[in-house]
Design a protein around this ligand. Structure first.
Ligand SMILES: NC(=O)C1=CN([C@@H]2O[C@H](COP(=O)(O)OP(=O)(O)OC[C@H]3O[C@@H](n4cnc5c(N)ncnc54)[C@H](OP(=O)(O)O)[C@@H]3O)[C@@H](O)[C@H]2O)C=CC1
Ligand SMILES: O=C(O)C1=N[C@H](C(=O)O)C[C@H](O)C1
Length: 264
């Protein structure tokens, strides 16, 4: 049994992570960390059935009261880093799906994980199909250097571009010969028209009700277009990756950024 704490249980992803622990006999949900409802239990909240799991608003108190192996954090960009620091300081291995980390955040958290000799995972996307999209895009960039990305998400998303788009761009950049795309004299008549600029690649972020999580990577060449697309149609699509990460983090003694590092 792996003792789990989920942070953000009332959220769209946190709710699925709680259900994963309920279904999976290897995972034991010992407590949840929620910004509200301190001192109550999950079964008192709507939608959580008979799960008598204690709710804490203070993560440090939660880790003092329970023996915890893994923190699964699915909260907001403002709290993800702080929660990882608290977990590592308390000897708890974090598996973090929360997006919005900067390069500096990841460097600082890697130092902390190594100092504590603890595994930690930051996964911008837990869906296996999304990981394949990133890996195939990285390979394609070796041959096709003109690339743009369109990512689409629900309209409640806080960060843009998505963590997946940034990670995809970072992987592509390891293979792509750096290039400023488009006409050298192009100009935006409306600011932002050409999207965000990542080393000359453009990322376009769409936010619409009705969307879940979708990304298309477009490669252009002379007389040809190659596109790689992934769609998460619901949030169950992320749960096998959450389980995989929980299992892997127990064997690590450093921080791993991206599930592409855990699959061959
Ligand atoms: N890696 C992946 O595969 C995926 C990652 N994500 C990422 O996961 C994160 C969550 O996404 P999603 O579930 O859609 O977002 P939601 O807004 O639905 O959920 C976030 C939850 O976190 C809670 N929360 C905020 N602050 C705290 C805190 N300090 N302590 C505990 N709980 C807190 C919120 O509660 P309240 O609002 O009441 O404060 C809310 O219930 C985002 O960063 C998103 O980008 C999403 C999908 C897949
Ligand atoms: O907020 C979301 O919904 C998602 N966030 C992650 C991201 O920023 O890439 C993963 C997935 O795209 C869903």
């Amino acid at each position: 049994m792996i003792n789990i704490v989920v942070a953000g249980p009332r959220g769209k992803m946190g709710y699925e992570a709680v259900q994963l622990c309920e279904r999976d006999q290897d995972l034991h949900l010992v407590a949840v960390v929620d910004s509200k409802h301190n001192g109550r239990t999950l079964n008192e909240l709507e939608g959580f059935g008979n799960q008598e799991v204690p709710i804490y608003s203070d993560m440090e108190e939660c880790f003092s009261d329970h023996k915890v192996d893994v923190l699964v954090d699915l909260t907001t960009p403002a709290f993800g880093k702080k929660h990882m620091e608290i977990a590592l300081t308390h000897g708890v291995r974090p598996v973090v799906g929360t997006t919005g980390f900067t390069d500096k955040d990841i460097q600082e958290l890697t130092r902390l994980a190594e100092e504590k000799e603890l595994g930690a995972i930051i996964a911008p996307n837990f869906a296996i199909g999304a990981i394949l999209m990133m890996k195939f895009s990285q390979l394609a960039a070796r041959y096709l250097t003109d690339v743009e990305m369109i990512e689409q998400h629900h309209d409640q998303k806080l960060d843009a571009p998505s963590g997946t788009a940034i990670k995809t761009a970072q992987l592509i950049a390891t293979e792509r010969k750096e290039k400023q795309q488009g006409h050298k004299d192009e100009k935006e008549d409306l600011a932002g028209a050409r999207g965000a600029n990542f080393e000359g690649m453009r990322i376009h972020s769409v936010r619409l009700p009705g969307r879940v999580a979708h990304q298309e990577v477009l490669f252009g060449g002379e007389g040809q277009l190659f596109s790689i697309k992934h769609d998460s149609l619901n949030r169950r699509s992320f749960m096998p990756g959450v389980k995989l990460s929980i299992e892997h983090v127990l064997k690590l003694d450093t921080l791993v950024y991206g599930l592409e590092n855990l699959i061959d």
